[in-house]
Write a protein that binds this ligand. Structure first.
Ligand SMILES: NC(=O)c1ccc[n+]([C@@H]2O[C@H](COP(=O)([O-])OP(=O)(O)OC[C@H]3O[C@@H](n4cnc5c(N)ncnc54)[C@H](OP(=O)(O)O)[C@@H]3O)[C@@H](O)[C@H]2O)c1
Length: 249
């Protein structure tokens, strides 16, 4: 009988998998038996260390360089990943950047940069992956709880990119339904990564603004993503699911 509660044999791509939440997702997916190709843009050292760690535990992962802001490079990486994996069952788009700043002081250059990675990159990756995903395939996007509530000054543009992703996911779920592909947006709250360091000037405020008085560990997000990736999660589609310890409640 098919084991619905593991990812044995699953072929997955994680866009932006070298650090933080992405690396935790790559580790969880491979620990459940998936083979994973992931992209990185600037931290080849972290990508190599991640691959070596997974191989030392008997898993298999492949690191590919691709800047999500470069549509051709991203399409090429997905084609190369699919070739190396021998197919594709799952795409996770985790790559994203956070540039903080009040809207009236925000540069057009930073606006375009964040849009290119956080929104256009998601569209490009989903479109490229959809060509390969079989019926039952899944696209999981890492958005943010800031898509729904501003909560503090300085996140207008970042939050806007994540709100765009939430709406894109709703539409993708409809567009790809005939192909049997599900699309889900996972919206973490503050999580302990390089993007949200525990020694930042806002760290105490962020912890105290959360009912649980803490930020998430990346593995808490990865465990949720892994559940959604498994065959047993069959009826979740087009949804934006927030995982933030109640921060935006
Ligand atoms: N941390 C949080 O509090 C939090 C909260 C809500 C949502 N999120 C979202 O969760 C996702 C991951 O965040 P994180 O905190 O883990 O971030 P992070 O620690 O900064 O790691 C970002 C990852 O994305 C990759 N990446 C960044 N820009 C890229 C690009 N242009 N092309 C390809 N890959 C790129 C990085 O690759 P390199 O290692 O090569 O640089 C790295 O693997 C993002 O979408 C973020 O918006 C984070």
């Amino acid at each position: 009988m098919l084991d619905n509660s593991s990812l044995a044999g699953n072929k997955a791509m994680v866009i932006g998998g070298s650090r933080g939440i992405g690396a935790a997702i790559v580790k969880r997916l491979t620990s459940e038996g998936a083979t994973v190709a992931f992209t990185y843009v600037s931290h080849i050292d972290r990508a190599k260390t991640l691959v070596a760690g997974i191989e030392s535990e008997g898993g298999r992962a492949i690191a590919l360089h691709a800047d999500s802001a470069d549509a051709s490079a991203l399409e090429r990486a997905i084609a190369d990943g699919v070739k190396a994996l021998g197919g594709l069952d799952l795409l996770v788009n985790n790559a994203g950047i956070l540039i903080m700043g009040k809207a009236h002081e925000f540069s057009l250059e930073d606006f375009d940069k964040m849009l290119a990675i956080n929104v256009r990159g998601v569209f490009v990756a989903a479109k490229a992956a959809a060509r390969h995903l079989p019926r039952g395939g899944k696209i999981l996007i890492i958005g943010s709880n800031t898509s729904e509530r501003a909560m503090a000054p300085g996140s207008s543009i970042y939050g806007m990119t994540k709100a765009a992703v939430a709406r894109l996911v709703r539409g993708l779920a409809w567009d790809l339904a005939a192909n049997g592909i599900s699309v889900i947006n996972i919206q973490p709250g503050p999580t302990a990564t390089d993007m949200n360091p525990s020694d930042s000037p806002h760290a105490d405020w962020v912890r105290n603004a959360n009912p649980q008085k803490r930020v998430a560990d990346p593995d808490e997000i990865a465990r949720f993503v892994t559940y959604l990736a498994r065959p047993e999660s069959t009826y979740i589609n087009g949804a934006s699911l927030t995982i933030d310890g109640g921060f935006s409640a």
